[in-house]
Design a protein around this ligand. Structure first.
Ligand code: NAD
Ligand code: TDX
Length: 376
């Protein structure tokens, strides 16, 4: 079944790693789908991708119809599967001669974790544990493989007015989501340390861009503006996040896969801090410009609402290490990224409607029958 086996791997800095048969978990979600598209557009990547996704409310195979059309059953395979299913995951490793894992699958929304942490514990902690176990059992002592774990800056807690999160910052997670991600990071590092599993970890700041589920702040605000609905800003709106365009996150992860040092953690960030209220106001002005309205037209929709419990005040990432060691730079950046993103949601009416109406769930039911599938 697998197209290629093995690749070149080196622990030496500067030498390239070539992974050919990569499992991307959570590839039907926001960042995962952008990452898969990024890889297929990248001339450097000649291998095959197995997208392992349970298709929760956040997983949408419509995010990758273009990729499915061109590469489906050739270099792209979709497996509807829960990462917590040990036997099935282990089988996949063997079936596709997997030599790389990029682990995005997670419950990812802080607010949901506050209202119901159970799924976060299962998927983020037990699911990661299960993937690590499968990798350890199948890969045994191979070192020409890599398990890359995608994590968040939220594991570091909350900053005051000054300072940054470094790779060496002590963990201090404050929401059930952050605690579950912190737990998974620790497991990955423990598997590296104890069993010698070749692992890397990245901790990234807030992503935005196309295909993001509109429970997250940016797409929620854009869609609400389009419908002229209220724009709910939590608390006093002065919480700060560091925003990164999703494709710039993808390029960082790709660099880590190619030449990241085993056992290392890399911070990835936008170096782009915004108070929530200032960012929402900026988006209002941009929407007004696009729609030919008065500059303040959409700002009247801003509504301050009850704060998120335990709402972290400020995140800010120092990402000097990945810039210095791997030569990462943002290609797109904020000015182009935010304009692109706003136009994308405005222009992709079909995608937006399928999400809003829930029609994409019917499509999943029709195509995937709500069951786990191990082959097409
Ligand atoms: P998302 O919620 O859009 O997508 C998550 C995907 O995982 C979905 O396709 C879902 O179906 C799948 N999934 C969930 N549970 C699963 C399970 N048990 N088995 C298999 N698949 C399952 O999330 P996202 O925003 O794309 O985030 C991806 C990863 O990046 C997460 O690990 C998240 O913690 C991390 N991250 C996200 C951000 C951000 O700003 N969105 C920033 C830093 C890190
Ligand atoms: O309606 C809203 N109003 C509002 O003021 C929403 C949805 C959010 N907010 C605030 C809360 C945060 O301060 O905006 C900020 C961003 O919120 P989210 O988009 O929910 O992101 P955040 O909680 O910062 O977490 C995100 O970044 C880190 C992702 O969801 C995580 O998966 C990632 O790890």
């Amino acid at each position: 079944m697998a197209g290629f086996i093995g690749g070149v791997f080196s622990r030496d800095k500067g030498r390239m790693r070539t992974l050919q048969n990569i499992i991307v978990t959570g590839g039907a979600g926001f960042i995962g789908s952008n990452f898969i598209r990024f890889l297929f557009r990248n001339k450097d990547f000649k291998g095959m991708i197995v997208n392992v996704d349970k298709l929760t409310y956040a997983g949408n195979p419509l995010n990758l119809v273009d990729i499915e059309e061109v590469y489906g059953n050739k270099r792209y395979f979709f497996e509807k599967m829960d990462i917590c299913n040990h036997a099935k995951i282990k089988e996949l490793f063997k079936k596709y001669s997997v030599d790389g894992v990029v682990h995005f699958a997670a419950e990812s929304h802080v607010d949901r974790s506050i209202f119901g942490p159970g799924d976060f514990i299962n998927t983020n902690i037990l699911g990661t544990f299960n993937l690590l176990e499968a990798a350890r059992e199948v890969w045994k002592d191979r070192n020409d493989v890599l398990f890359h774990h995608v994590s968040t800056d939220e594991v570091f807690g909350s900053l005051g007015k000054d300072g940054f999160f470094y790779e060496t910052t002590a963990y201090d997670p404050r929401s059930p989501y952050a605690a579950s991600k912190a737990s998974s990071d620790h497991l990955v590092n423990a598997y590296r340390h104890t069993y010698g599993l070749p692992c890397t970890v990245s901790n990234c700041s807030n992503n935005y861009g196309p295909y993001q589920f509109p429970e997250k702040m940016m797409p929620l605000m854009i869609l609400n503006m389009m419908d002229e609905k209220r724009l709910p800003v939590y608390g006093d709106g002065k919480n700060i996040r560091d925003w990164l365009f999703v494709e710039d996150h993808c390029s960082a992860v790709w660099l880590i896969l190619k030449k990241g040092s085993v056992g290392e953690t890399y911070n990835i960030g936008g170096e782009n801090e915004w108070q929530n209220i200032e960012l929402v106001e900026l988006m209002c002005e941009k929407m007004a410009q696009i729609k030919g309205k008065d500059k303040d037209y959409f700002k009247k929709l801003i509504t301050f609402v009850k704060d998120r419990p335990g709402h972290d005040r400020r995140y800010a990432i120092n990402c000097d290490k990945i810039k210095r060691d791997l030569g990462w730079r943002q290609e797109v950046g904020f000015d182009r990224g935010i304009d692109f993103t706003m136009h994308w949601y405005i222009n992709n009416k079909e995608w937006v409607e399928s999400i809003k109406s829930g029609d994409y769930r019917k499509w999943i039911e029709l195509n995937y029958g709500g069951r786990e599938r191990t082959s097409r």
